[in-house]
Design a protein around this ligand. Structure first.
Ligand SMILES: [Zn+2]
Length: 283
């Protein structure tokens, strides 16, 4: 445990993203997903092949880390990974004013795999690394517009100072947000061997499901980094889709290499909208 905490501390300093807790296991039944009805309707259609999925129009997926003001002396990495609360509020309003509606991962999955329907201008808001201000700052701002998000959780961080608590995660989930997996302690997937898969993919999924009472079917790669060895492991663990960052999608496994765009803290709101259109080839 000690070396893991050391890694995690290092990770926090370097990446301004990460952290520490531990897991006790309680068995709670997994409730049916609220999107179930829509899911089964879409699944009456045949599943698309990889080429068809890759050819579909992309849904823009934004990725946020810290939602906080900078402090004097913050380095370039922190500046990139921190969107100020004022900027975040402005971005949510701009998305609403421009007609965007948030969708959840199951709706994306049904669209990509079965050609399920989407709103005219869909967007996904995703949040990595369990930061507390995602609950206290981002979530209330999103609620003003009826927006929902995906919160990708490093389970080691739950209940630690400056990270979300179990109760906060349960509140997000109960309110219709997706609470999903982002490993145990943020080690990169490309380095996993042996028991790492169980520790980083299987146990975090179980832990989140115990907290929310819903199945956690989606995974975000730490640092956006993936390799082909991860695909069978993700499938075996029961994940339906996995999210990267800017890397190109895999030609055979597009559902396990769904792209996202980090919203850089330095960007103005018009720049965010412009970057989103260019990155995801929107009209
Ligand atoms: Zn992360």
């Amino acid at each position: 445990m000690k070396s893991n905490f050391a890694f995690v501390t290092l990770c926090a300093i370097i990446l301004t993203a990460c952290h520490s807790a531990n897991s006790e296991t309680k068995k709670t039944p997994i409730a049916k997903n609220t999107e179930k009805a829509e899911s089964s309707a879409a699944q009456n259609k045949p599943a698309a092949d990889a080429a068809t999925i890759l050819a579909r129009k992309q849904v823009p997926i934004l990725c946020y880390h810290h939602i906080k003001d900078l402090k004097p002396g913050d380095g370039p990495m922190t500046k990139t990974y921190s969107v100020s609360p004022a900027h975040f509020a402005e971005q949510m309003k701009a998305l609403k004013d421009n007609g965007y509606e948030t969708i959840l991962p199951l709706q994306l999955y049904n669209y990509l795999l079965y050609g399920g329907s989407l709103p005219a201008k869909p967007v996904i808001l995703s949040f990595d690394d369990t930061d507390e201000e995602q609950f206290s700052v981002a979530y209330p701002e999103m609620k003003k517009y009826g927006f929902k998000g995906i919160f990708f959780i490093m389970t080691v961080s739950i209940n630690r100072p400056h990270y979300m608590t179990k109760e906060q995660l349960k509140t997000l989930s109960d309110d219709g947000n997706a609470v999903e997996a982002h490993t145990w302690d943020h080690h990169m997937v490309t380095k996993y061997q042996g028991e790492d898969w169980e520790k980083q993919l299987v146990q975090p999924k179980k832990k989140i499901e115990e907290i929310t009472g819903k199945s956690a079917d989606y995974f975000a790669y730490p640092f956006g980094l993936w390799n082909k060895a991860a695909f069978p492991e993700l499938k075996k663990a029961g994940y339906k889709m996995a999210f990267s960052l800017a890397s190109k999608r895999d030609s055979t496994q597009p559902l396990y290499t769904v792209r996202r765009m980090i919203v850089a803290g330095q960007w103005s709101t018009p720049s965010v909208l412009k970057a989103m259109k260019e990155t995801f080839h929107l009209d």
